[in-house]
Structure formats: structure tokens, C-alpha cells
Design a protein around this ligand. Structure first.
Ligand SMILES: [Zn+2]
Length: 326
């Protein structure tokens, strides 16, 4: 028997559960109904602190924390649901304070099956082929196509993805943390690491389609530069970054900001010269350049990449000398 007060305690933790499982940060406002059978166009669900439930005024469902565990994890047995909650909140207690949680992957759904399904349908869309992305790169990252929603699905890790519509300019990300594309590259760096930082995955894939050995990270939105900085600090990034953000107002703004912050933590970075030297910098980003002037971009990528390797070799020689002298 589970003590009644323990059950009541968990029921009272519904706001925390909504926050960590569903990224609902403000329970004072209505949020999207969590009933999987209700397509909620306008947020219809609200939280009741009196009854410790959330309820939908449109479809009428009422869920306490145990009902949500059942929905989220497909667990029917009450004791198993209770154990799941113990697991979730025990993990959380190891990380304090709550607000500084960085990685909550264990709280988010696993998309592996969805990724497999989408990958099997990638041939139904020529979106990537039209943008010059090579097939082996698509295979490498298991990029897929969601036939129903007409979305290209870029897996970031098994708990998250980035998506863009093939019929409009809409972009999406899975709920929760905004991961960087290829962010593990930061974790396993060495002094010879050269990573190109781009704004969007399609730019990263463009570079890799030209030069398969190139290492790239995509921010998935300029505001994610903070995550790049934090990961670089946390994992003591040892290489250099080549900053290849978009050739427009915000791209330049954030690129300068990123460069300055990297300087502050002692990481060397270079603003890229890949596209601003092509046709007076008329193209907005790497992919647009790939589509419009592939020849010149191929030349530039190979040329500048060699330069960056030479620069890094010199830096390492200097660092080595310093080390011996010191
Ligand atoms: Zn509903």
C-alpha cells in the first residue's frame, strides 16, 4: 500500500510535472489541451490548485498527475504510475535549483519510431534534393519526411527534433530544450577541432554536402548562442569555431555577439568568409549560395577550410611553445 499522504504529495506536484514534461511554464494561463484525442486549436486547458487537476473546458477531460503519467507513458497500473513519478522527481532532486535544469531528456518522449517512419518516407519529398543536399548526408542524419504534416524532420537526438514545412515558411521544434544540431561535437573536442557554426540545419547540410569531412553545428535560431556558449564552457571546448551565420542584419548582429562572448571565455573564433566574397555578398545564407552559385561556394569552402586548418596548426604550435616555456 502506498501511503495516502505520498499520493497527495504527488498530486500537489502537478505544476512541476506540467513544467518538466510538457514545458508549460505558466499555469495561470490556459494551455493546449493534453487529451491526445482533442485537437485543441486554442488553449482550452487550465489548472485548478483547489482540485489539483487540469481540466479542458472544450472536451471536458479532467486529469490529475496520475492520469497524465498514464497518457504520457502508457502505464495503466497505479503502483507503476506511482513508481514512475518517484523516478521522475528523484532524478530532479539531484539537480538543484529546479530553475537551472539543463538537460531533461528523460522527461521527454522518445521519437525513435517516429524518426524511422519519417525517414522511410523521405523519398516522398524533393525539398532537400532541390536545395542541393546530398543523399548520403540525408542518410547520415536520418532526415525524414512527415507525409501528413508535410514537414521535413531533422532529428536532434532521440528526444527532440527540428522541423520545417515544405509548403510554407513555418519552422517547428519539439517541446522542451532547444538543442543544437550536432551539439555532441562540443563534448568530444580536441585541439584540432574546427567547427563551423551555422544558423540553420540546412546550411550545415549544405556545407557537408560540399565537403563531407567538415564539422558543423547549427544553432536552430540565433537566440541559441547561449547554449553554444554554455556547452563550450561546460565541456571545455578545445578547438576553434568558424562563425557562419546568415549574411543579414540579425545574422551579423548575433555573430558579433557570439564572437565577443567566445573571446571572453578564451575560445578562438573567426567570422567566415565563405559567402560574403561571392557576388558581393548578395546571398543571404549558405544554402541560398549553394543553390545559386554552387561552383564558387565549392571553391570557397575548400579554399577557406584549408586556411582555417593552417591557422589552427600555427595556433597549436604557439600554444605548444608556450606550454614548454611555461
Ligand atoms: Zn480538451
Amino acid at each position: 500500500m502506498i501511503p495516502e499522504e505520498e499520493i497527495e504529495k504527488f498530486k500537489g506536484m502537478l505544476p512541476e510535472y506540467l513544467y518538466i514534461q510538457h514545458n508549460i511554464t505558466n499555469i495561470k494561463k490556459h494551455f493546449q489541451c493534453l487529451n491526445p484525442n482533442h485537437t485543441d486549436k486554442h488553449p482550452s486547458m487550465s489548472y485548478s490548485s483547489q482540485y489539483k487537476i487540469c481540466k479542458c473546458f472544450a472536451c471536458g477531460v479532467r486529469y490529475d498527475i496520475y492520469d497524465l503519467v498514464e497518457l504520457d507513458y502508457d502505464i495503466k497500473n497505479f503502483k507503476d504510475k506511482h513508481n514512475k513519478l518517484l523516478e521522475i522527481f528523484n532524478e530532479l532532486n539531484k539537480i538543484t535549483p529546479l530553475i537551472n535544469i539543463k538537460d531533461d531528456e528523460y522527461t521527454i518522449k522518445n521519437f525513435s519510431k517516429y524518426f524511422n517512419y519519417c525517414y522511410s518516407n523521405i523519398s516522398h519529398s524533393n525539398y532537400l534534393a532541390n536545395r542541393g543536399i546530398k543523399e548520403d548526408i540525408i542518410t547520415k542524419y536520418k532526415i525524414g519526411f512527415d507525409d501528413n504534416r508535410k514537414l521535413i524532420i531533422f532529428p536532434l537526438n532521440e528526444n527532440s527534433y527540428f522541423a520545417r514545412s515544405t509548403t510554407s515558411n513555418e519552422k517547428y521544434k519539439s517541446k522542451g530544450i532547444s538543442y543544437l544540431f550536432n551539439e555532441d561535437l562540443i563534448k568530444y573536442s580536441d585541439k584540432n577541432s574546427i567547427i563551423y557554426v551555422t544558423e540553420s540545419i540546412i546550411d550545415s547540410l549544405s556545407l557537408e554536402s560540399i565537403l563531407p569531412t567538415i564539422k558543423t553545428i547549427a544553432l536552430n535560431g540565433t537566440t541559441n548562442i547561449n547554449r553554444l556558449i554554455n556547452l563550450s564552457k561546460e565541456y571545455d571546448y578545445k578547438g576553434i569555431f568558424i562563425l557562419s551565420l546568415d549574411n543579414d542584419y540579425y545574422g551579423k548582429l548575433y555573430q558579433d555577439k557570439l564572437k565577443k562572448e567566445l573571446d571572453d571565455i578564451g575560445i578562438i573564433s573567426y567570422p567566415n568568409n565563405l559567402i560574403n566574397t561571392i557576388e558581393d555578398g548578395k546571398y543571404k545564407d549558405i544554402n541560398e549560395t549553394l543553390i545559386n552559385n554552387k561552383e564558387k561556394l565549392i571553391y570557397n569552402v575548400n579554399f577557406f577550410d584549408k586556411q582555417y586548418h593552417n591557422i589552427l596548426d600555427k595556433i597549436n604550435v604557439e600554444r605548444g611553445d608556450d606550454y614548454e616555456l611555461g
